[in-house]
Design a protein. Sequence first.
Length: 89
Amino acid sequence: MSTASKVTFGMSCVFAGATFVYINYIHKLEREALRQGPIKDRARMEDKFNRKQLANKAEHIEQSELREKLIKIQPLSSEIIRGEEEKSS
């Protein structure tokens, strides 16, 4: 075997080994990312739910304050206004 063929064979083996190691490394990273997907998704959904809950709570407080303010200006009564009554002839 010539020196050039030995070098070529050696480089091919090194390249094949490096490719194998690289592919396994990438596969492990992808598998870990897939495992983290549902965990990150749940955290994202909980965060979204908490932000929505806080916004709803703030809006409820604002609406309650506005209702109290409007009740002071114009008290509520149980009377139902049905429009103008027609005069009978």
